[in-house]
Design a binder for this molecule. Sequence first.
Ligand code: NAP
Length: 294
Amino acid sequence: MTILDGKKVSDDIKDEIAAAVAVMKERGERIPHLAAVLVGNDGASLTYVGSKVRACERVGFRSTLIRLPNTTSEIELLKEIDELNKDEDIDGFIVQLPLPKQIDTQKVLMAIDPDKDVDGFHPTNFGKMALDMTTFIPATPFGIIELLERYNVETKGKHTVVIGRSHIVGRPMSILMGRRGFPGNSTVTLTHSHTKNISQITTQADIIITALGVPGFLKAEMVKDDVVVIDVGITRVPDETRKRGYYITGDVDFENVSKKSTYITPVPGGVGPMTIAMLLKNTLLACEWRRQTT
Ligand code: NAP
């Protein structure tokens, strides 16, 4: 059994990006600039945005954090997005989700200039991805693809089962695993909360990608021998004995499922760190693509 070490691979990717930035600096080129918009004070969102900003610093990018109060109206946020769209100094930006309930998330994501949409959530970019065109791939699916590629995990002709159909993980993952090329060329089954007899499906899977957010959902009796398991789930479980007051766990019963796996991602240290690395990669691409067209 091989652990797919997202921490190590994401560090390698950050080193590669830092090296690319050093070359850009030497040539006197513009350095990539990522902006992040955070509305409100949600604890997990603050942590995620903080990690993204620190990751930018580590690779030598410029970064800007725009913090808006929880009471921000949809119109105010759309105005902020319009300014970021027009700002020549910004290569890409993200709006941290979830947004407060007075704001329509879809409307906000639609307002982002697709050329600056480094999260890859805009319908234009999602459509391009589905059509195998060059574009921003959402960071978490992009990270999974990169992990499979760097560990040379065979996907061709395999049966991949994706659990969860969210727009940011499960659905794009199902598209990417079924596309032509490597990683890809899989036969994909996309499952969700209405799927009946899910164990019957997962026991036929060569590759299982869990993205549902239910701790320990995938158990050893639900998988066959030599399965590849990618655990996207991140759930904070309250735990008074820990300094932070919680611990992080995934969707997979790692201890038992790992015994039947050829490759498996741990939580933490698997897909999570890859997500930030691929956001940086998308920002680097945004900067390079802009330079090529201006
Ligand atoms: P989400 O929007 O929370 O949706 C969950 C999906 O799981 C839905 O499609 C739902 O089905 C399905 N589901 C729920 N219970 C199920 C069950 N018992 N059997 C089968 N399917 C079930 O998903 P998400 O935003 O993709 O997040 C999923 C998990 O990944 C969360 O733990 C999240 O924190 C984590 N995550 C991690 C990263 C990372 O960087 N590692 C990034 C994003 C998300 P329906 O559609 O029928 O409701």
